[in-house]
Structures are given as C-alpha cells and as structure tokens.
Design a protein around this ligand. Sequence first.
Ligand code: F3S
Ligand code: F3S
Length: 144
Amino acid sequence: MPDGGAQAWYEAVCGVATCRGRSVVGVAHGPNSMCGMTYVIAQPCVDLKDKACIDECPVDCIYEGERSLYIHPDECVDCGACEPVCPVEAIYYEDDVPEEWAEYYKANVEFFDDLGSPGGAAKMGLIAKDHPLIKALPPQSHDE
Ligand code: F3S
Ligand code: F3S
C-alpha cells in the first residue's frame, strides 16, 4: 500500500483527489472500474481462510473474522488482485457472485456495520465475530 493508506491509493490510481471509493457511486474512475463496486468473499473461504488474498491487497481491506474473511466494501478499490490467488475461488466481483452465494454480498457489507471503516485490516488482527449467515453454517470441510 502507498504511504497514506487507502486514500493515497484512490488518488494514485484514479487521479481523482476527492475519490473516496464507494462514496462516489456512479462516477467512473480507477483503472478497471466504477469505484462504487467491490469484491466479495463467499462461502468457500469459510473454515479455510487461506489468506493468500491478503498479501495481494494494495489497500489492506480484507479483514479476518473467526470463520471467514470479509472485504470492506468502502475500502476496496476494486483492483481485482485478490480474486485469482484464492485457491478455492471464494472471491468474486460483486456482479459475478454465483446465485447460490448471493447473500454473501450482504454478509461482507454488514460485517462492518459496527466497525465502520477501520482503514486497514492488519492493525485489527482477528476480529472475534462472524456475520450471522456464516456463523450459522455447519463446519465446512475442505478436503478436495
Ligand atoms: Fe479466504 Fe481465499 Fe482469501 S480462502 S482468506 S478468500 S485466499
Ligand atoms: Fe479489493 Fe481485492 Fe483489490 S479486496 S482492493 S479487489 S485486492
């Protein structure tokens, strides 16, 4: 991540000094995207938490819950770097989340309802909770 965190990244990639990611929904900027979009972590991550995605994220916006990781919808700059490195294909562009996991968009968003925008996952470490959708799941096996 560049010095200055997510805000510096927004400005560097977008050239839009006022860019705040999701807060400018509908304004097209950034290398690949509308900054109002985001990536989502779905069910394959649950009880696996490979964490390869964390190393790729330029803005440190992938947060760790007890059973899954969650992408912060406002901090994600939609760079796409995390998606191909997940060994179980748990990460999807918001519009491409498979129907069976559609609710994971909400889970990623609502996970942050009481956390706000911490501005970096590393300093938060393991957050001792999960979204109710994930919490209610039976243990997931990953023996493939
Ligand atoms: Fe989970 Fe895949 Fe990241 S398993 S922690 S989304 S690399
Ligand atoms: Fe977002 Fe993944 Fe990039 S979480 S900022 S698309 S590495």
